[in-house]
Design a protein around this ligand. Sequence first.
Ligand SMILES: Cc1ncc(COP(=O)(O)O)c(C=O)c1O
Length: 367
Amino acid sequence: MQQPQTLTGLTTPAAVVDLDRMTANLDRMAAYAARHGVAHRPHVKTHKIPALASEQIRRGCPGLTVATLREAEVMAHVSDDLLLAYPPVGAEKLRRLLALPDSVRVTVGLDSAEVLDALAAAAAAAGRTIGVLIELDLGMHRVGIADPRAAAELAARAAHARGVELRGVMFYPGHIREPAGDQHAALQRLSDDLAAHLAALRDLGLPATLVSGGSTPTAFQSHHVAGITEIRPGTYIFNDRTTAAIDACAWSDCAYTILATVVSTAVPGQAVVDAGSKAINREELRGAAGGGFGALLDRPDVVVRAMSEEHGLLDLSVSDWRPRIGDRVRIVPNHVCISVNLHRELWGVRGDRIDAYWEVEARGWRS
Ligand SMILES: Cc1ncc(COP(=O)(O)O)c(C=O)c1O
């Protein structure tokens, strides 16, 4: 099949990346990490594309963060240092983890003796050493251990087990979604909690060489978290409507859009495009005011008010823009990572010209 050369030649809906914006996002994060002497291990769940991971590595990232075994297997082709920031439970996942090339230094985040013991036994049986980070709960209340003594005890168990090596701790500050300038109190609380954990580890004589944290909303404030050695923002490469809504990026930093075509204007007050929940995804705005499921890149006041699977309903009530059938729009989704995972490929553009094409190789979670 002949690939289209221009945006105009693309069949909609299509996932499109503004290459200049993406490059600026990559460069900004790399410069921050270098300036503050903190390692950046980006979470690849946002793009799931080895060529984009290579762009991150080329800018100084020492390794990558993955959530699925599929991501690990795909990214092992471009990185020799992977953090699985997700507890691998079950024999099949352990088998796939241990089947990663020996040249890859593998580290796993976990928060239970059950996962640790099964991992250690499987790794020892395979003659391999897997790194372990104890996952801490510093306010997110998703996974992780909140009590410093309990976390240190699990760390001690890791330090004494065959098949694994204790490398440190990790946490995910996904609960901090205030604008950067208002994060001070939350980051101070997080730093205090982290200090208590590091003290508990020291009391047991345990090393925490790696202290891994960081998210896109907190990324540029990471130097305020005492003891952090590594950050893992992922969304920053593209950004999205939620990230802009909580002031963690400018609207002009949003690099990813769904290109869609207006297919109906029959119902007054709205225009319908050919991108619905199967192209955009149905996540609400998290931690920010405003409704809908996305907004137009060039007219952010026009939001996707409702969706069916293949229909996106643009609300024209606050705009005097009246599109015609066949007009094309670019929609910034609320949550980019979920949208990318819905697409087989992304198109990189400069203006109307298509300059890049990538398969979303690590999409899905199984094969
Ligand atoms: C464990 C972990 N680390 C890092 C990230 C990246 O954070 P962000 O999406 O804010 O870039 C995520 C996001 O879900 C995560 O779950």
